[in-house]
Design a binder for this molecule. Structure first.
Ligand code: FAD
Ligand code: MG
Length: 408
């Protein structure tokens, strides 16, 4: 007897934890444009080379042997014939994959919120190639600012690093950039680093709004000391090739603009004909079944549990993936299934200068010891021993020799 066909879309936190913890009751196929898992919590560290790119990715095929993987993007769904339309990432050819059970774990994309110019001019940080582009641009701007014949105005603009969005990702990129400036670029370009500025632009009245009040105050104070300018209540209304325009009409020139203000639906979720909320997230029940469907599930950033919304974080997606693995295994064996219960483990954020925040149930940690905790917590979460070692070596190399500033 052949096993029921389980089709999983995505290779992120939700999908990885699902596939890893499933029993052998299904024939598993995974479709994703990315043939590896990416550990996003350490992605900001790769933008300046504190950690190397390859240290935070894991080939999906190494997660389990009995899995079929197609490198492709899902572009359409037909629940009647139970097929997903796919487009190969390699040569764009189109094919269909049939399923008995479908799990949609495609994550989300950076939301431009329709602000004109963002899509054309800003950089984003979601994937490894985004981190590589950021790193390339930072060093390129320094090399260009260093050239003879550059006007002082142009030099200042090139050295303006603007981050829009005061959530954990925006904060961590600003923090890593600060470390890169003072620890590495200062030696290579002393006069230029004195002119460089980092500005964090936030639309609401505070950065890190999901963190405890005291920790937010602390982060803001540390940023002030590090000369990271924080502009709150400053919604961006327009972006041009060289400047952002704020709601009060003021303009801020930039040499590099990172846009990190929140999530929006992937093209697949945006077009699929399934029940969605007002922010285009798939509506699921506490068993992760998409509303109205018995055999279609959704996980992670692309879904919302009706009646009990959860934040779009890796720990949520991870717990959901693991839960669904056990639930689907039990269903296949004819056993009963309890609804999902989320267990909040707290939040961490790096704020630069070897300081971090930890907003946990029991403690509100901050500073240097918390930074050590931050590093060890993520080190234990990294999937393979190979990458744990790589990251340790990366940290040690950066500490002893500094980060690499070559442009390529
Ligand atoms: P993802 O992990 O994003 O995976 C989505 C997968 O779907 C990807 O493999 C993608 O290639 C694939 N996909 C996309 N479209 C399609 C398609 N059409 N067909 C098939 N596959 C598709 N969370 C924390 O808790 N702590 C942190 O410190 C933290 N830091 C972060 C830093 C950064 C820079 C970013 C971007 C995010 C961070 N997050 C953090 C959030 C966390 O990464 C997400 O909440 C988590 O990845 C969500 O998991 P997911 O499985 O829903 O989606
Ligand atoms: Mg996933």
């Amino acid at each position: 007897m052949s096993l029921p066909a389980l089709l999983v879309l995505g290779t992120g936190f939700g999908a990885l934890n699902l596939v890893k913890h499933l029993g052998d009751d299904y024939a598993i196929t995974v479709v994703s444009p990315r043939n590896h898992f990416l550990f996003t919590p350490l992605l900001p560290s790769t933008t300046v080379g504190t950690i190397e790119f390859r240290s935070i990715i894991e080939p999906i095929r190494s997660v389990r042997e009995d899995l079929r993987f197609y490198q492709a993007e899902a572009t359409g769904l037909d629940p009647t014939s139970r097929t997903v339309r796919c487009v190969a990432t390699t040569d764009r050819h189109v094919f269909d994959v049939a399923y008995d059970i479908l799990v949609i774990a495609v994550g989300a994309v950076s939301n431009t919120f329709g602000v004109p110019g963002v899509a054309e001019h800003a950089l984003f940080l979601k994937e490894l190639h985004d981190a590589r582009e950021l790193r390339r641009r930072i060093i390129r701007n320094f090399e260009q600012a260093n050239l003879p014949g550059i006007t002082p105005e142009e030099r200042r603009r090139l050295l303006q690093f603007v981050v829009c969005g005061g959530g954990p990702t925006g904060v961590e990129v600003a923090a890593e950039l600060h470390d890169f400036l003072v620890e590495d670029l200062r030696k290579a370009y002393p006069p230029l680093v004195a002119e460089a500025r980092i500005t964090l632009v936030e639309a609401t009245n505070d950065i890190l709004s999901s963190f405890d009040e005291k920790l937010r105050r602390y982060a803001t104070a540390v940023f002030a000391r590090q000369r990271i300018t924080v502009l709150t209540e400053s919604p961006v209304v327009r972006v041009t090739e060289r400047a952002i325009v704020l709601k009060d009409g003021s303009m801020l020139e930039y040499g590099l603009l990172l846009w990190s203000t929140g999530n929006g639906p992937t093209p697949f979720v945006a077009q699929v004909q399934l029940p969605k909320d007002d922010r285009s997230r798939l509506i699921v029940d506490r068993f992760f079944r998409v509303k109205g469907y018995e055999n279609i599930y959704a996980l992670g950033d692309c879904c919302i549990i009706e009646g009990s919304p959860l934040p779009a974080t890796s720990q949520v997606a991870q717990q959901q993936g693991r839960y669904l693995a056990h639930a689907l295994t039990r269903r296949a064996r004819g056993r009963s299934v309890e609804p999902f219960q989320y267990k909040h483990l707290g939040m961490l954020a790096y704020i630069g200068g070897r300081r971090a925040l930890a907003d946990l149930e029991s403690v509100k940690g901050r500073g240097w010891v918390t930074w050590l905790f931050w590093r060890s917590a993520y080190l234990t979460k990294i999937v393979s021993i190979r990458n744990k070692l790589s990251i340790l070596v990366d940290w040690l190399k950066a500490f002893v020799f500094g980060r690499d500033i070559s442009q390529f």
